[in-house]
Design a protein around this ligand. Structure first.
Ligand code: SAH
Ligand code: SF4
Length: 352
């Protein structure tokens, strides 16, 4: 089988070159072509001699995906369905803002957790992604935005924020997620603080991340302040109680001195009452955190409704009165299949 180069860092690419009997500095050149210029073929590597390009292309593949479907929202949000080398399909999203360009990446093909509100969860789990496949999503979104803007120079149109909030649970694909973050930082050039890992609350993964000494941002998808409710919404993560999860989060903040974001998806009449808000405020008391309230996207086949504005406001008021900082996720891409897993679901490929 051909070895894939995307996913290897500069040092590893140097070793590959040495093994090929060519000077190690070629590894640095290839890393720049892969991660900075985002090339899709060996032929584009103009400072690499043709003979070496031919030698490498017989033995290695770059590891880029193919865009199968692309949807662009009026607000600029671009959702891409990508096909990987084995035919598996994942989604990635590009979110251009006036002051930054963000990309939301998938970490698994599907997801084993099966949250009842999530289109990805409904489709089951196929496999973990590789670090190269995660980085490829960022490069592909960057290319898409460049194309959209008619910008010829790859270096002028760069993603500067990456959220690990697409399909899959990043902390269940731990090593790969950390490797992808390191590649995005060192090779692609994105600041570690601009990398956000979103977890459904996999406690051992949060402990491990705390020891990593990485200044990335952690987001915890809490969605419920009580065990009963959380079990109902997130049936695949029942091994840890809300109390254990909160204890872990407190330890994380203490160890890393980083603020945690708690994501809370609001589902009408399910978890959006004042009683839940009061309980949530109690849980978060004194913790360096903020809460991101997420309006639920409609997913076909599910019966949940989006919380009405009055519920959201009342929920927000309780938290703010308790001194907790609250943000509300902007609803972007609402005219396309914006919720994670929806595009793949519509493309009829929930179980590739
Ligand atoms: N598995 C991780 C990361 C991927 S899911 C996690 O659960 O955190 C990323 C975010 O998408 C989560 O906060 C999840 O709650 C949210 N999400 C899932 N289904 C959604 C829907 N129907 N509407 C809005 N957000 C949704
Ligand atoms: Fe998996 Fe996150 Fe979707 Fe839950 S919300 S099924 S953990 S991707």
């Amino acid at each position: 089988m051909e070895t894939t180069l995307l996913g290897l860092d500069t040092d590893e690419l140097r070793s590959v070159m040495k093994a090929e009997g060519v000077p190690a500095y070629r590894g640095k050149q290839i890393a720049e072509w892969l991660y900075r210029s985002g090339v899709r073929s060996f032929d584009e590597m103009s400072n690499v001699p043709e003979a070496l390009r031919i030698q490498l292309s017989g033995k290695y593949q770059l590891g880029r995906s193919t865009v199968l479907v692309g949807q662009r929202s009026k607000d600029g949000t671009a959702k891409l369905l990508l096909e990987l080398n084995d035919g598996a399909r994942v989604e990635t999203v590009g979110l251009p803002y006036p002051d930054r360009m963000s990309c939301c990446v998938s970490t698994q093909v599907g997801c084993p957790i099966g949250c009842v509100f999530c289109a990805t969860g409904m489709g089951g789990y196929t496999r973990d992604l590789t670090a190269g496949e995660i980085v490829d999503q960022v490069l592909t979104v960057q290319e898409d935005i460049r194309f959209e803007r008619g910008e010829a120079d790859a270096r002028k149109c760069r993603i500067d924020h990456v959220t690990f909030m697409g399909m899959g649970e990043p902390l269940l694909n731990y090593e790969v997620t950390v490797k992808a973050m390191r590649l995005l930082n060192k090779e692609v050039g994105i600041a570690v603080r601009q990398l956000t890992v979103s977890t459904v609350g996999f406690v051992p993964g949060i402990h491990r991340l705390a020891e990593e000494e990485m200044q990335c941002t952690l987001a915890v998808s809490l969605h419920a302040p009580t065990d009963d409710l959380r079990r109902r919404l997130i049936p695949g993560m029942t091994a840890w109680s809300v109390a254990e999860l909160m204890k872990t989060c407190r330890e994380y903040v203490q160890r890393t001195r980083r603020r945690i974001t708690f994501e809370y998806l609001l589902l009408d009449g399910v978890n959006d009452g004042v009683a839940e808000a009061v309980e949530l405020a109690r849980l978060l008391h004194g913790l360096n955190c903020h809460v991101n309230l997420i309006p639920c996207n409609m997913v076909s086949g599910l019966t949940f409704r989006m919380s009405p504005r009055e519920h959201i406001q009342a929920f927000r008021n309780v938290l703010e009165d308790a001194g907790i900082q609250v943000t509300q996720r902007m609803q972007r891409g609402s005219d396309i299949d914006a919720a994670c897993g929806q595009l793949r679901q519509r493309a009829g490929d929930a179980t590739p």
